[in-house]
Design a protein around this ligand. Sequence first.
Ligand code: FMN
Ligand code: SF4
Ligand code: SF4
Length: 432
Amino acid sequence: MADLTTNFIGIKSPNPFWLASAPPTDKEYNVRRAYEAGWGGVVWKTLGSEGPPVVNVNGPRYGAIWGADRRLLGLNNIELITDRPLEVNLREIKQVKRDYPDRALVISLMVPCDEESWRAILKAIEDTGADGVELNFGCPHGMSERGMGSAVGQVPEYIEMVTRWVKQHSRMPCIVKLTPNITDVRKPAEAAKRGGADAVSLINTINSITSVNLDSFAPEPTIDGKGAHGGYCGPAVKPIALSMVSEIARNPETRGLPISGIGGVTTWRDAAEFMALGAGTVQVCTAAMTYGFKVVQEMISGLSQYLDEHQMSVGDLVGRAVPNVTDWNQLNLNYVTKAQIDQDLCIKCGRCYAACEDTSHQAIAMSDDRTFTVKDEDCVACNLCIDVCPVESCITMRQLGKGEVDPRTGKTVGDYANWTTHPNNPMAQAAE
Ligand SMILES: Cc1cc2nc3c(=O)[nH]c(=O)nc-3n(C[C@H](O)[C@H](O)[C@H](O)COP(=O)(O)O)c2cc1C
Ligand code: SF4
Ligand code: SF4
């Protein structure tokens, strides 16, 4: 069985699967059971400053998007940071760390944007023996209106300033958690690095309204006839998170900055994808909330098996796909494929025909007996038929070899060539 031991910015854990800061990590009772279930690490539910605890709504705090099988695909929440007293959390953190020294225990923090508030909370956290802190610059609701959370995370100068305070007033490793509610995620990551962050984690939740009740005309979840935007997470956000992680991993300014990947991780495959794009650990929230703490077992066994099969270590996997993430203008325009339909698998539903016919390519022919065939002379290889076909592997793509003629364009397939040198590009550079 592959060794999944992880050392992330000096924080050791038996595997790279951490629970993200959220309800599953908000108290000792939960965190102990999470560790017993196998989680390598936990980011404790965000703590605030000493004082009257935060107040949550007393009505529904979640909204959801489901697939056709009612599987939860996206979750929206309007929950705030912890509403339990600071001293209770600190006491519990100390006990948990004492009893589980081999597990990662990182404490998420969100306090007002002044140096003294940060200095005070850092001292209290250091006394618990926790392994590190994660700065919650991402929460998009409730706290942001009070000048915290994503209100800080959307201003790179604030990120840099607060991160610098944290590094000045503490010896603990510091992870900056980024908000996706921003135009270019590289800027806050660069600011975190300038401020001295040891790592970034992303994504926090995405501003969202999941649905509107068409009888009461209020967003859901509805609190006494009104609704507010919440934060979106779960499998639906994974593509956004993967893209943002890859942007940071390949940005020359932040390349090499450790990343903890978050957003929709539900299976070992999701986790492996984040890792291939540069994440040294992954954090999970919605999957644990939906299926319980034991989902980590599938992640551990699946990742181990995958690594064994590919004779790879965790270190070999992290960042392995980053060199293959590029810009559109670098893609090979001489890579030509054509769809082909396996008639033995086809159930003659006609979805591919409808999609191709009405999407503009008209490259699938339908005979009187509902046999569907691809017209190579019209197929642009867009892939849509594969995406809509209900039968897996029924439609596949065949790559044309070098020297073959593309019946659509009449051109012979040649060597790699991209848009930067294409004759139709007015800005084309002369090929060297
Ligand atoms: C109910 C709920 C509460 C959350 N509370 C926090 C929080 O206190 N601090 C924080 O940094 N992130 C919080 N998050 C965000 C998660 O840590 C995580 O970034 C996000 O849910 C994306 O991961 P997922 O797709 O695995 O859920 C919360 C998420 C949910 C669903
Ligand atoms: S790949 Fe695109 S163009 Fe080709 S047959 Fe499928 S849907 Fe039509
Ligand atoms: S969508 Fe797939 S199964 Fe349906 S007709 Fe097309 S190839 Fe056959």
